[in-house]
Design a protein around this ligand. Structure first.
Ligand code: GDP
Ligand code: MN
Length: 361
């Protein structure tokens, strides 16, 4: 999960990385209350979940005389299609130079990879393409809490020495917050010292609970419903609804749909040991997407019992056609129940998918 800028800045501040004074606002009327704390030069930053806000018009400069109007303008905008609901109002830094600093996991060396360049800012992607040699890199031993000084010197080069300390602090953030990415772009020099003008942290989804982060993304009604039942649920843009149990079976069902030239509208993994009521909710949820023309249910009975699944499908009582492949525990009972109600049962996953693709076409 990507933290928003203000959340990421709060984290790095706790680790001693200097950030500009600032406040989160949800309405332009809140601006005047912060005049005294921020000073006479503002930067207003849309807190939307996309990168490159600067170039997309999501970062606006203001002063006390026009800050309210500028905030209103920003609240009225969409940045790369996303509405602006929150603005981080900050003291405007007097930027002398913009650096780039990031820490990710390097999958080939299986170590944290730290990148630093003097050419930071909004054009970092261009720098990376045209002048990859300008980006210095080191990999860090994940068992070490600190980056050794000689490696820090190598990274920092001729940039101000205090940046070495900031790299070490960001490295701590990266390790201790279970981050997949910790980035400061730009890290800036100003007459008052070095500051993180922007911050981005992606926390490993598997660590959200122990890190105490709550999901900040707005869920759709259907996603919220899926979360309530503990289903893994994803929407795509085809016409076939897919229900499976287990990530492997569900993904291979999607692959097979693709193989036969079809397109899935969504997919839902009911997980292990699904009782009839859960299956009923799963079928209704998948069927509730208007573009779904036909539903493939591909379930393997283990702890999950096929007769429970059959009852769930029947109880869901949806308008779309449901094509079922069931195998495993209580298979015979499940099949008999579905056949008695006129459901189409096919013996292999290959056959159900082929049939569904034909029907959707
Ligand atoms: P991004 O485009 O989403 O990465 O947003 P950033 O927070 O990185 O802002 C984009 C650019 O706006 C930065 O690279 C700076 O050039 C500029 N900017 C951001 N904050 C300030 C500030 O406090 N003062 C000045 N002068 N420029 C800023
Ligand atoms: Mn940035």
């Amino acid at each position: 999960m990507k933290l928003r800028e203000y959340e990421a800045k709060k984290v790095i501040k706790e680790y001693g990385i200097p950030i500009p004074a600032g406040f989160l606002i949800r309405s332009a009327d809140e601006i005047p209350a912060h005049f005294a704390e921020i000073g006479d030069k503002f930067v207003l930053k849309a807190q939307v979940d996309v990168g490159g806000r600067g170039k997309a018009g999501g970062i606006l400069m203001a002063d006390p005389a026009n800050a309210g109007a500028t905030a209103r303008e920003l609240f009225g905008k969409k940045i790369k299609g996303l509405p602006v609901k929150e603005i981080l109002a900050e003291e405007r830094l007097d930027i002398q130079h913009e650096y780039y600093l990031s820490i990710t996991v390097d999958r080939s060396s299986k170590q944290p990879l730290i990148l630093f360049t003097d050419a930071g800012g909004v054009d970092i992607e261009i720098t990376a393409k045209k002048h990859p040699e300008a980006i210095r890199k080191i990999t860090a031993n994940p068992l070490m809490r600190d980056i050794p000084p000689f490696l820090l010197r190598e990274l920092v080069g001729t940039a101000p020495k205090e940046i070495g300390g900031i790299i070490n602090k960001l490295y701590r953030v990266f390790l201790e917050k279970d981050a997949l990415l910790a980035e400061i772009n730009p890290l800036v020099t100003t007459p008052k010292g070095v500051f993180a003008a922007d911050a981005k942290i992606i926390v490993d989804d598997n660590a959200l609970t122990r890190q105490g982060f709550t999901v900040n993304r707005d869920l759709t009604d259907r996603e919220r419903e899926a979360e309530k039942y503990g289903f893994s649920y994803v929407e795509l843009d085809g016409m076939i609804g897919v229900i499976g149990n287990g990530a492997g079976l569900t993904m291979s069902t999607l692959d097979l749909i693709e193989f036969y030239g079809g397109k899935a509208a969504n997919f839902l993994d009911v997980g292990g040991g699904a009782e009839s009521e859960r299956v009923m909710h799963a079928v209704r949820l998948v069927a509730s997407v208007p573009s779904v023309k036909v539903i493939v249910v591909n379930l393997l009975g283990g702890i999950t019992k096929c007769d429970e699944v059959a009852k769930g499908i029947i109880d869901a009582n949806i308008r779309q056609k449901v094509i079922v492949r069931l195998a495993g525990t209580n298979e015979a009972e499940g099949r008999a129940m579905l056949l008695a109600k006129g459901y189409e049962m096919l013996d292999t996953m290959d056959l159900v998918v082929k049939k569904a693709v034909e029907m959707a076409a």
